[in-house]
Ligand binder design. Structure first.
Ligand code: ABU
Length: 472
């Protein structure tokens, strides 16, 4: 019961706007505040309870309504209940034998997600994060084109494989090239336009360039919601190119996939997604499922198992008393699989698909509200671009730059201000907003609204608090 009290206190303070988001200490100071040593002899229950509350005391409250720092924000109570029960059940998701209900839940929920993509069949699996989901897409694409790779390795290919993605993609796409033996030089970064969307004509040019060198293009990644600015590549145009050159089309919708649930915002952003061969979609992002919950979907059924199956005899016996196609563990390269489905299933049952649609529309409306407020304060804020998603990218303008023309010199100063102002937010503990540079600009703020707890008043607080902390 005491542990439950500690959990509930954390949830209460997460939802308390008067409570701080974090109590920041530098690592060396934090080490002094904590006792993390592993003892030879077990400690008392009283000490362990103290350990539990101290741990949560210094944890950043990522569900706080003023935490705008990451793509996964918020603390959905239904999903949390599912996660607590999941931990209690403590099972492994590799076989139906030991996780019958959870395996069936996964089957039903993933089928529903494929329907939302626009497929009537196909196959899917929950994976440990979007990067691994993208890797599964890569592996299946290579397997489809070179089915003997699994047994024969590189000799089955007999040439240089090449993949294509935009220069704004998530870094995990490039990582596939490194991990899978292509080398990062053979993950071709296609230029994007001023809004961060891949330029289709450049994609085609680069494919032809590599073909002329005798290379083997095989995989194109389109991003539906880039990590920093939230851009959506034009899927129909990319799909046409993939069709023309017989290339696998993967859509990394880890971030933007949630908008599939919104009739208002789905189009044109995700138009054409049904033409993809594979789709990554992370419910732990826009949908607010607790970390982690990431899915990878395939249009073609049977590819995952054919690509990854190792038929370990001690686990995946074929003479079990039930239909062993439900032993999903042999579809993946990991062995142990965490149960990431119960929290999503329970959350979806609580909200219904309509509830998720309302959630998506609300997040988008809040981002639109923030853009309007920023535009009403041109002396204090500079909007970098009109968002397509809930990523609002901007600079804060302290008093000393307000009368300067918006030149490279001012932009340099604005970039230098970001880490200073972020540091002040963290010291104050009142607000967290992320910043980063990109290939076109120095540091700028990226505000993410993906928590159901956020209101217009929180957005107003954010803008006022940045001004309070950074005006000098
Ligand atoms: N691609 C993982 C999410 C990164 C972020 O929260 O900014």
């Amino acid at each position: 019961m005491k542990v439950v009290d500690i959990l509930l206190d954390f949830v209460k303070s997460t939802n308390d706007r008067n409570a701080k988001i974090l109590d920041f200490h530098h690592p060396a100071d934090m080490m002094r505040l904590l006792d993390l040593e592993i003892p030879d002899t077990g400690l008392t229950l009283q000490q362990l309870l103290l350990d539990c509350s101290t741990t949560l005391k210094y944890q950043v409250k990522t569900g706080h309504p003023r935490f705008f720092n990451q793509l996964s924000c918020g603390l959905d109570l239904m999903s949390m209940a599912g996660e607590w029960l999941t931990a209690t059940a403590n099972t492994n998701m590799f076989t139906y034998e030991i996780a019958p209900v959870f395996i069936l839940m996964e089957h039903v929920v993933l089928q529903k997600m494929r329907e939302l993509i626009g497929w009537s069949g196909g196959d899917s699996i929950l994976a440990p994060g979007g990067s691994i989901s993208n890797l599964y897409a890569f592996l299946a694409a290579r397997h489809k084109m070179f089915p003997y790779y699994k047994e024969k390795g590189l000799s089955a290919i007999g040439g240089q494989l090449v993949m294509f993605t935009s220069d704004q993609c998530h870094y995990s796409v490039k990582s596939c090239a490194s991990v899978c033996g292509l080398g990062t030089d053979n993950c071709v970064m296609v230029p994007s336009d001023e809004r961060g969307r891949i330029i289709p004509s450049k994609l085609e040019e680069l494919i032809l360039e590599r073909k002329a060198k005798g290379h083997i293009p095989f995989f194109v990644n389109a991003t539906a919601g880039t990590t920093v600015i939230g851009a959506f590549d034009s899927i129909p145009e990319i799909a046409d190119i993939c069709q023309k050159y017989n290339l696998w089309l993967h859509v990394d919708a880890a971030w933007g996939g949630g908008l599939l649930l919104s009739r208002k915002y789905r189009h044109p952003r995700l138009t054409g997604i049904e033409r993809a061969d594979s789709v990554t979609w992370n419910p732990h992002k826009l949908m607010g499922a607790l970390l982690q919950c990431s899915s990878i979907h395939f249009k073609e059924d049977g590819l995952l198992i054919s690509c990854n199956q190792m038929s370990a005899e001690y686990l995946f016996m074929t003479d079990k008393l039930y239909d062993v196609r439900y032993d999903t563990g042999d579809k993946v390269i990991q062995c142990g699989r965490h149960n990431d489905i119960f929290k999503l299933w329970l959350q979806w049952r609580a909200k219904g698909t309509e509830g998720f649609e309302k959630h998506m529309d609300r997040l988008m409306e809040l981002a639109e509200y923030m853009v309007r407020r920023i535009k009403q304060m041109p002396d204090k804020y500079y909007l970098i671009l009109e968002p397509e998603l809930v990523n609002v990218c901007f600079w804060y303008l302290p008093t000393r730059v307000r009368n300067m023309p918006h030149t490279a010199e001012r932009i340099k100063i604005l970039g230098e201000i970001c880490p200073i102002l972020k540091g002040r937010m963290m010291q104050a503990g009142t607000l967290m907003v992320g910043y980063q540079p990109d290939d076109r600009r120095p540091n700028f703020f990226r505000n993410i609204i993906s928590s159901a707890a956020v209101t217009e008043a929180d957005v107003d607080f954010l803008l006022a608090e940045m001004d309070r902390l950074g005006h000098d």
